[in-house]
Design a protein around this ligand. Structure first.
Ligand code: MG
Length: 388
């Protein structure tokens, strides 16, 4: 395997930091070309120096001076703003772009990387939820390979290897069930931010951790799987698997089911996207099946977790509906994290936005950006009323 030059969009977040850990284990194979961050200037500076990045973008332009001054003695070029990310991501010096920004804000730079024909290590699932058809069409047109970094989708991708041409009968998307799996609906309705942020298995950023508590994360992943693997919603089955050992499964026409397993550790999926199709050693915890004893499965509770029904519905309606759902969810999760609304207000807000925001059956990219703005505005209006 030749040396691969990597851009990490969102290097100071949970996925970005774990990606740098992977790179630090294979310095001979991976090289950091570009790092970007929204606001975390201190960490960005430290990362850039440690990994000797060639270019750095701080999206918040107010922090440009601070980052530029700190990196100037190290001959690291510093830029500011999202436009710089979009300009730099197409550079000939980049082989792989890891998209690990949070939410819809990642769409613009992901599209820029796809248009430049880069290999995308996709960790920003909201990109495919909001604009799946558009992103996949552009990827085909510009021959950009999209490799999943979401653990479930990396698992599905691995379960499909060696089965070229075989039709997928079903995808079994596993879900930990989040921190409220055993809570009653009444208890969940009174859940606090601290309780929702306490995920049993995975260590992740706050947005995705709240999404896991509502199970909207699994809803987003259903839509992500539809675009990555071309599998219709009816063939994507969610199964609760609290131990998170099986990261997902593919069932074929003959009833054979292939599973991908490991301890919950995002670095596995990140590294595989970086090294694909090769496999490299990783200093993670290995499975000991005898010590594990047993693993368990259950159907998801659609009453307690309405986000799943909303996601299937958004996928069925298609068009800009998944974009509406995603934007409303981002706005509502932010409000929940600010203690402005209750736990079930998140999915209530999403449902109302899906009813109220203008539906477009065949959106182009401009209408996706407009839909995102409209859905955010509607969600804010709803949230303002609830939180008053
Ligand atoms: Mg996942």
């Amino acid at each position: 395997m030749g040396k691969r030059r990597i851009a990490i969009l969102g290097s100071t977040g949970s996925i970005g930091r774990q990606a740098l850990d992977v790179i630090s284990q294979h310095r001979d194979l991976f090289e950091v070309e570009l790092l970007t961050a929204n606001n975390s200037s201190d960490l960005l500076i430290r990362q850039a120096i440690e990994f000797d990045a060639n270019n750095v973008v701080i999206c918040n332009e107010d922090r440009y001076r601070e980052v530029a001054d700190a990196l100037q003695p190290h001959y690291i070029k510093v830029f500011a703003g999202m436009k710089s990310v979009c300009d730099l991501v197409g550079s000939d010096n980049i082989d792989i772009v890891l998209t690990s920004m949070v939410g819809f804000s990642g769409l613009e730079s992901t599209i820029a990387a796809v248009k430049a024909g880069k290999t995308i290590a996709l960790a920003n699932k909201e990109t495919l939820v909001a604009a799946g058809q558009i992103v996949m069409d552009l990827a085909a047109e510009h021959r950009a390979r999209i490799l999943p970094v979401d653990s479930e989708h990396s698992a599905i991708f691995q379960c499909l290897m060696g089965s070229a041409g075989a039709e997928i009968e079903k995808i079994h998307l596993t879900a930990s069930g989040g921190p409220f799996r055993k809570w009653s609906r009444k208890e969940i309705s009174e859940a606090t931010k601290a309780q929702a942020l306490n995920h049993p298995n995975w260590n992740m950023g706050s947005k995705i951790t709240i999404d896991s508590a509502t199970m909207m994360n699994k809803g987003l992943e259903i839509i992500e799987a539809r675009w990555l693997f071309g599998t219709p919603g009816e063939k994507i089955n969610v199964v609760v698997h609290p131990e998170s050992i099986i990261h997902s499964m593919v069932e074929y026409a003959d009833g054979s089911v292939i599973a991908q397993m490991g301890h919950p550790d995002m670095r596995e999926a990140i590294q595989f996207a970086f090294s694909y199709p090769e496999r490299l050693p990783l200093n993670n915890r290995k499975l000991d099946f005898a010590a594990l004893g047993q693993i368990s499965f259950a159907a998801p509770d659609m009453e307690k977790f309405p986000a799943l029904t909303l996601a299937y519905e958004a996928l069925r309606k298609g068009g800009n509906m998944p974009c509406i759902m995603n934007a409303a969810n981002e706005a509502a999760v932010a409000a929940f994290l600010q203690d402005r609304i209750g736990f079930y207000d998140i999915t209530d807000t999403v449902r109302r936005c899906m009813e109220e925001v203008e539906y477009i059956a065949r959106p182009d990219i401009e209408s996706i950006f407009r839909t995102n703005d409209n859905a955010f505005a509607s969600a804010r209006t709803i949230i303002d009323k609830i939180s008053r």
